[in-house]
Ligand binder design. Structure first.
Ligand SMILES: [Zn+2]
Length: 351
């Protein structure tokens, strides 16, 4: 496993100047990242080349220890106090139980707060046992952990009612990654999110990646449909679209929008274009999807920074367009999530 996840030369030449010029005056003193994956090489089982190339994030380096996370954050946010909500990789290719134990160790050591990646088949007793053993402040259910590989996976299939009941009673955080190809504009997803938020108001619900609405064609109908549902938060992890973030600031508001990075995937270097329903990743990395038509000139590629910084650039642009105060920026960048974690810890103490 590489000890340095960020190339030191490119950090000095590209990333650090961006931090100084664009983020230093913009970012608050304390930051809370609500969407971080930690995984050791031994947490992943055997994978085929076919699986690796089946979806672009599978090709990005997934390995990041808790110690490396601390190093990465110190580099990316010099002079800032950064804390994270971490969870293991929710994928059938990973040893979820071992990953959860690793996160529990980080929680015990005080290095991070953490979520339990849940298997839908677990009983309520099993869920409660794991919660107690690990002091997780909530759950990270995932559609890909449902046995079937169908595209049409209802929320209840991966986050079943007997898991919802525990989260609701204890006011736990649930980072919900929605499935289905139509994402945040899928009528079934919208109906199910509305139902979940209304019938389980104790759950501190965070829709991951703004419902995977990376383009306006998903974000406009999706956010409008959820506009009147109270209490739903969104994280904008790996959402690099300033128009979408601006819309989210207007529709969701700075009290319910949360910074999340999706580290270590966000360490990929490059830029993203948005075109209709599509987002197109550009990178200089050694990925099978990085075909010649995706490549730019050597000069342009030399200027590529991390996706995480591109995400922050998009957020800064959106914040400027909306006219966010520095207090509102600090809510999005951490204060909102910190409050939610505190609430969940109080709930956990009743366990
Ligand atoms: Zn993620």
């Amino acid at each position: 496993m590489p000890s340095q996840l960020i190339d030191p030369r490119r950090y000095e030449e590209v990333d650090l100047p961006i931090f100084r010029n664009e983020f230093d005056a913009f970012l608050p003193a304390t930051i809370y990242d609500c969407h971080v994956h930690v995984a050791l090489p031994e947490h992943r089982g055997p994978v085929t080349r076919e699986w690796i190339t089946s979806d672009w994030p599978n090709e990005v380096d997934y390995r990041m220890s808790v110690e490396q996370l601390a190093e990465v954050q110190a580099k990316l946010f010099p002079g800032r106090q950064v804390r994270s909500l971490v969870f293991t990789m929710p994928s059938p290719k990973y040893f979820i139980e071992e990953g959860n134990r690793y996160v529990a160790e980080a929680i015990r050591a005080g290095a991070a707060d953490g979520l339990l990646v849940t298997r839908p088949e677990w009983s309520q007793e099993e869920l409660l046992r794991l919660l107690r053993a690990g002091s997780f402040v909530g759950f990270k259910p995932y559609p890909g952990l449902v046995g079937s590989r169908a595209d049409d996976i209802p929320i209840e299939a991966f986050f079943p009612p007997h898991h919802q009941e525990v989260a609701d009673r204890l006011r736990l955080i649930v980072v919900l990654h929605i499935g289905r190809p139509e994402r945040l504009r899928d009528p079934s997803n919208l109906r199910e999110i509305r139902q979940l938020a209304t019938t389980r108001p104790g759950i501190q619900l965070i829709i991951a990646h703004i419902g995977r609405a990376y383009t306006m064609t998903y974000a406009e109908p999706g956010l409008a449909a959820l506009h009147d549902v109270p209490g739903i938060c969104h994280d904008f992890a790996m959402n690099l679209n300033a128009d979408v973030l601006e819309l989210a600031l207007r529709e969701v508001g700075p009290e319910r929008l949360l910074y999340g990075s999706d580290l270590p995937i966000a360490l990929m270097r490059g830029v993203r274009a948005h075109e209709g329903d599509r987002y197109i990743n550009f990178s200089d990395g050694d990925y099978s999807w990085n075909t010649p038509e995706r490549r730019k000139t050597a000069e342009e590629e030399a200027r590529y920074t991390l996706y995480l910084y591109e995400e922050l650039r998009a957020f800064r642009t959106a914040a400027q367009r909306v006219g966010l105060s520095s207090e509102q920026v600090s809510r999005v960048m951490g204060a909102n999530a910190k409050e939610m974690v505190e609430t969940a810890k109080q709930g956990l103490s009743r366990l």
